[in-house]
Write a protein that binds this ligand. Structure first.
Ligand SMILES: Cc1cc2nc3c(=O)[nH]c(=O)nc-3n(C[C@H](O)[C@H](O)[C@H](O)COP(=O)(O)OP(=O)(O)OC[C@H]3O[C@@H](n4cnc5c(N)ncnc54)[C@H](O)[C@@H]3O)c2cc1C
Length: 423
């Protein structure tokens, strides 16, 4: 079999690079080892609930927004369903808001009223929010690099603010419990509180997969087919030898390193996603004027990093009369998941105001190598062109998340097209 370009890996980065190249008129073969497309963001129906990794997207992400803005004729429509602005920190004093509504960065002044940290802390953090809200993305991602722990100390934040909010927020968003995350990366994450909103695609993350897959109609998609060996003009797979003019490896980092031993595998962070169902009547009724909030647990001893009533953002993820609660735990070792579940339920009780006995455990997914660590110094644009004919993309080539996977795919597609044109 022959194709203009062979893409290895059918996660978001593989689908995105294949879609861009197919749009440019190239014949693509996409080779995916799994039985379905989507990689880490794939969701499955279980007993009427739609469960997955408990992913969050964001309305400010440029590569994701580009998909939402595609003309309907070129693809299925992608709509993002936003959470309430910012996040709510669950504390013994109640839920504290951090962040602001889009276009209203002055609302970050709500931070000043939060009963956490010193007045100087809150003034400095509010100023930082204001700066981040106004500055372009490139500015946030430039400047000197250092670990966020050092950066927060240099900014004069007190331990109360660092441990009470910043560490909990970075744990919730990038599993960065030790504040080893790059300063630029931490600012990028803080910027999400004041530019746009956290969001989930309508129809869940499978809808994002469908939007990209719809652009591959004329391409060949080989599911259940693993690539073993890669050269610039051929790929050895379970299905035999495929010949081509260019190969893009869009696998998770460990698989990319096994195909290209010259690449460096980043440190990976573990995430555990817990899905619980509750009877709809146990939660306060939804408020039509107010979107549900993304909740961060402010208790330093709690295993809960983030939690939210998923079915209030994605109503089709739960059967009628039931609500689906998603909870993320960062850095667990994946052992004793029942004990973890009990500790999580003990925290969900005060956070969601539902007795621990009211939660039915649906699924606990532990992923040891879930996301690349955002360790300082971090390169937000690692090379995607290895040599002419060989390319790599995925969440280990830029931001360590969905946006990074999509943005690196765009860079890889541009590099392939430029090389093929030159040839
Ligand atoms: C539990 C969890 C929670 C997360 N939460 C968030 C979040 O809230 N927000 C966010 O932005 N990101 C989150 N992420 C990260 C996000 O899922 C990834 O950054 C993104 O999905 C990466 O996409 P990718 O295409 O680079 O890789 P993947 O999705 O891993 O796709 C790689 C594909 O390559 C295939 N493959 C591997 N080897 C081969 C081979 N030899 N031959 C053929 N195919 C192969 C795999 O089967 C897979 O389908 C989370 C991840 C996990 C696990």
């Amino acid at each position: 079999m022959r194709a203009d370009v062979i893409v290895i890996g059918g996660g978001l980065s593989g689908l995105a690079v294949a879609a861009r190249l197919a749009d440019a008129g190239l014949e693509i073969a996409l080779v995916e080892a799994g039985a379905a497309l989507g990689g880490r963001v794939r969701e499955e129906r279980v007993d009427g609930f739609r469960l997955g990794g408990g992913h969050l997207a964001h309305t400010s992400w440029p590569a994701l927004s580009e998909l939402a803005e595609l003309p309907a004729a070129r693809s299925a429509r992608l709509t993002l369903r936003p959470f309430a602005p910012g996040v709510r920190l669950a504390t013994p004093d109640g839920l504290l808001r951090f962040g602001a509504a889009p276009n209203r960065p002055q609302q970050s002044m709500a931070t000043l009223l939060a009963p956490i940290g010193t007045v100087a802390d809150k003034t400095e953090l509010s100023k930082q929010f204001y700066r981040l809200a106004r500055s372009p993305l490139d500015t946030t991602l430039s400047g000197p690099e250092e670990a966020s722990a050092d950066c927060f100390a240099a900014r004069g934040y007190s331990p109360v603010l660092v441990d009470g909010f910043l560490r909990r927020y970075l744990t919730a968003l990038s599993a960065d419990e030790d504040l080893a995350a790059s300063r630029r990366g931490a600012d990028w994450l803080l910027r999400l509180l004041v530019r746009g909103r956290f969001a989930i695609p309508e129809g869940g993350f499978n809808a994002l997969i469908d939007v990209l897959a719809a652009r591959l109609e004329s391409s060949r998609i080989l599911l259940g087919t693993r690539a073993h060996e890669v050269h610039a003009d051929r790929v050895a797979t379970d299905a035999g030898l495929l010949r081509t003019s260019a190969v893009v490896v869009a696998t998770e980092p460990a698989a990319a390193v096994s195909l290209f031993p010259g690449l460096q595998e980043p440190r990976m962070r573990a995430l555990t996603t817990l899905w619980h169902a509750v009877d709809g009547t146990m939660l306060p009724p939804p408020c039509p004027e107010r979107a549900p909030a993304l909740l961060i647990d402010g208790d330093a001893a709690s295993p809960v990093a983030r939690t939210w009533v998923h079915s209030r953002i994605a109503p089709d993820s739960a059967p009628a009369g039931r609500e689906l609660v998603c909870t993320m735990v960062a850095g667990h070792d994946g052992k004793e998941l029942e004990a973890l579940n009990r500790a999580v339920l003990a925290r969900l009780e005060p956070i969601h105001g539902v007795s621990a006995r009211g939660f039915q455990t649906l699924q606990i997914n532990h992923c040891e190598r879930a996301v690349p660590a955002l360790d300082a110094p971090y390169n937000f644009a690692r090379p995607v062109r290895l040599i002419g004919g060989l390319y790599v993309c995925g969440d280990h080539r830029g931001l360590p998340n969905i946006e990074g996977a999509l943005a690196s795919a765009a860079r890889a597609a541009d590099a392939v097209l430029a090389d093929l044109r030159r040839r």
